[in-house]
Design a protein around this ligand. Structure first.
Ligand code: CUA
Length: 325
């Protein structure tokens, strides 16, 4: 009976795809721990289910049996067994989990550092050792340990790539860390997994795992784009600051719907009674000063005045201004 229950539970565990693929070294270890624990659970389930079903069948009361049961009072041998076995199993799980936790926190000395900035409702990835460029996507070279240094400029967010099996919060005021060693080329979703406001469900990015050669080429291009032709700088700031996740702006091919459309700022500035450039600048640095009809106060982050350097802010204002019809 135990073998039957064990076989059924094993089939349910094995043939149903419960987990996303494990595509990083850390995910492999986490999946091992998951299945190690599940195997123990299946063993216990099989024994318990077999004993219960056997007891129900074997010790069933006959219809005409009105007598009391046998007065039983404890069974020392059995109690020792059902205390000792779980103690051993729980200790085994703790040891395996502790070893994996330590291994997954270790990056080694040749790790690539990436600064991750979370803000409503966008991810920003900066590569401090590769020329300090900033990217809206998280590009990673395959088989290279990476340390993400997570920060948030407003509320608590949480970084999650399902195929990497790890989540880490980005908390205002402190820096949290996450080590990833991707093992497979491909494109993965980066998901915010902490309810952080109106645009939470849209707070997504992409992780791109590339060969070392492709990654180096990409990094070179990003570095070159930092010092690109005039106009490109404004678009770079627009993209890096995540404006596209909330706003529509045709020159940048942005189609966000959380905040006002940026294609018709001339009319909006007239309505607010301000010159265009001043209106754009104020809307970025002090967004609650004027709220476009149909939108709410407090949705647009008020942190851009601190987070966008003055020269980049100027580029952004110019870029938005020249993009008007
Ligand atoms: Cu950021 Cu949810």
């Amino acid at each position: 009976m135990g073998i039957v229950f064990g076989a059924v539970a094993t089939a349910v565990a094995y043939f149903v795809p419960w987990l996303p693929a494990a595509d990083s070294k850390q995910a492999d270890r986490i999946h091992f721990l998951f299945w190690f624990t599940t195997a123990i659970c299946i063993g216990i389930f099989a024994v318990v289910a077999a004993v219960i079903v056997y007891s129900i069948l074997k010790f069933r009361v006959k219809p005409d049996d009105d007598s009391d049961g046998v007065p039983l009072h404890g069974n020392t041998g059995l109690e020792i067994v059902w205390t000792a076995i779980p103690a051993v199993l729980v200790t085994a799980i703790s040891i395996v989990a502790a070893v994996i936790l330590v291994q997954n926190g270790r990056a080694g000395s040749d790790a690539l550092n990436v600064d991750v900035t979370a803000q409503q409702f966008w991810w920003q990835f900066t590569y401090p050792t590769l020329g300090k460029f900033t990217s809206p996507t998280l590009n990673l070279p395959v088989n290279q340990p990476v340390v993400l240094h997570l920060k948030s400029v407003d509320v608590i967010h949480s970084f999650w790539v399902p195929q990497f099996s790890q989540k880490q919060d980005a908390v205002p005021g402190i820096e949290t860390k996450l080590v990833i060693t991707p093992e497979k080329l491909g494109t993965y979703p980066v998901i915010c997994t902490e309810l952080c406001g109106l645009g939470h469900s849209l707070m997504r990015s992409t992780a791109v795992v590339q060969s070392k050669t492709d990654f180096d080429k990409w990094a070179q291009q990003q570095k070159a784009a930092l010092h690109g032709p005039p106009g490109a700088a404004g678009l770079t700031v627009f993209t890096a600051q995540g404006c596209a996740s909330c706003h529509t702006f045709t020159p940048a091919k942005a189609t966000g719907k959380v905040g006002p459309d940026l294609d018709n700022l001339t009319a909006a500035a007239k309505k607010a009674g301000q010159p265009l450039a001043a209106f754009i600048k104020e809307s970025i640095t002090n967004p609650d000063a004027y709220i476009a009809p149909g939108f709410k106060k407090g949705v647009m982050p008020t942190t851009f005045a601190q987070t966008i350097p003055a020269d980049q802010l100027q580029e952004l204002v110019t870029y938005l201004q020249t993009g008007q019809k």
